[in-house]
Design a protein around this ligand. Structure first.
Ligand code: COA
Length: 317
């Protein structure tokens, strides 16, 4: 493994929607949402599109890396749904930044950031790329049914970018997919063909309690897998950056790993679940606050539709 994350950048929509605002629209309450999930508010786009957010996040990451777009030789984006079916979100970012290097998307739902890191590592390790712009962007507000209180309260919109270059920060990375599309999905629809039955695109479907169980067990299993591969224990990790889907999932995984609360930073309260953007936003916040320094030992772990997981260990450089 040959990579390090040089810099990060974040952009979220200006508009925020509080739990109280949601309870004016649907039968819910701040008390229910906060107690069951830890979420108090989320960013929901009104005017911005995903490409604009991705471009803003990218410019911040590039500036912090001391680079210009011409230093980038590969763009990898993670999204479940860009502004277009095609071209890819990555090509939209390239257009905005004036780039002509290869660009493509990865879709591993909420595990997308770790999957994209894995692909980036492959390109850097084989010498096919030197400096990679990795952008995660999600507009979850376009995918949830705003009349379904069991899903719409959970998600938010945003984008986060990283500049990745060669280094030795990444110590371990493992991704999985168990071929289960039943627990969490969103039908794409059949389009307009006059030759086939019409299937409406529809909204996100989720079996919440089954996803919850999958989440806790996969985080614990994959974390222990990482410990055993590196011959370390939970005590050797300074910070666990877990996918911000539900505070109760994080609390339960933490208690199974017998680790103190301060090692599990949270930002779900003000963002909700932004799918693959969740972990890189948290990373950006911790870096900006000076809580991640050279030598900090991080474990990142995510789970998502598919059902996918992605877990990696990074010693910050
Ligand atoms: N406000 C008020 N009540 C709500 C509600 C809301 N927003 N959403 C659901 N309810 C109600 C249900 O209708 C149900 O009512 P009933 O008992 O009268 O039937 C009750 O609350 C309990 O619902 P349940 O689904 O059992 O709640 P839960 O404790 O499992 O919490 C989730 C629901 C979705 C918060 C939880 O299952 C979860 O977080 N799952 C994981 C989701 C996830 O991480 N998804 C992303 C994966 S990347």
């Amino acid at each position: 493994m040959k990579l390090r994350i040089l810099s990060t950048g974040v952009a979220v929509p200006e508009n925020t929607v509080t739990n109280d605002r949601l309870s004016e629209m649907i039968d819910t309450s701040d008390e229910w949402i906060a107690t069951r999930t830890g979420i108090r508010s989320r960013h929901v786009a009104t005017g911005e599109n995903l490409t604009e957010l991705g471009e803003r996040a990218s410019n911040i990451a590039l500036e912090r890396a001391g680079m210009t777009p011409s230093d980038i030789d590969l763009v990898i984006c993670s999204t479940a749904r860009g502004d277009f079916v095609f071209p890819s979100f990555a090509c939209c970012i390239s257009e905005k930044l004036g780039l002509t290097c290869p660009a493509f998307d990865v879709n591993a739902a909420c595990s997308g950031f770790i999957y994209a890191l894995d692909v980036a590592d492959g390109y850097i390790s084989t010498g096919k790329a030197k400096n990679i712009l990795l952008v995660c962007g999600e507009m979850m507000s376009r995918m949830v049914d705003w009349t379904d209180r069991s899903t719409c309260v959970l998600f938010g919109d945003g984008a986060a970018a990283c500049v990745i270059t060669s280094g030795s920060a990444l110590k371990y990375l493992r991704v999985t997919a168990d071929g289960n599309t039943r627990l969490l999905n969103m039908p794409a629809g059949s389009g307009n063909s006059p030759f086939a039955p019409r299937v409406e695109p529809g909204f996100m479907h989720m079996l919440g309690q089954e996803v919850f169980k999958f989440a806790v067990s996969s985080i614990v299993r994959e974390t222990e897998e990482a410990f055993s591969a590196l011959s370390i224990t939970a005590e050797d990790i300074d910070l666990f950056l877990l996918h911000q889907a539900n505070k109760r999932i994080i609390d339960m995984a933490r208690s199974r790993l017998s680790q103190p609360e301060e090692k599990f930073p949270l930002n779900i309260g003000s963002y909700g679940n932004i799918s693959s953007v969740s972990i890189p936003i948290l990373l950006d916040e911790l870096l900006t606050a000076g809580k991640i320094k050279k030598g900090s030992r991080l474990l990142l772990s995510a789970f998502g539709a598919g059902m996918t997981t992605g877990t990696c260990v990074i010693v910050w450089e």
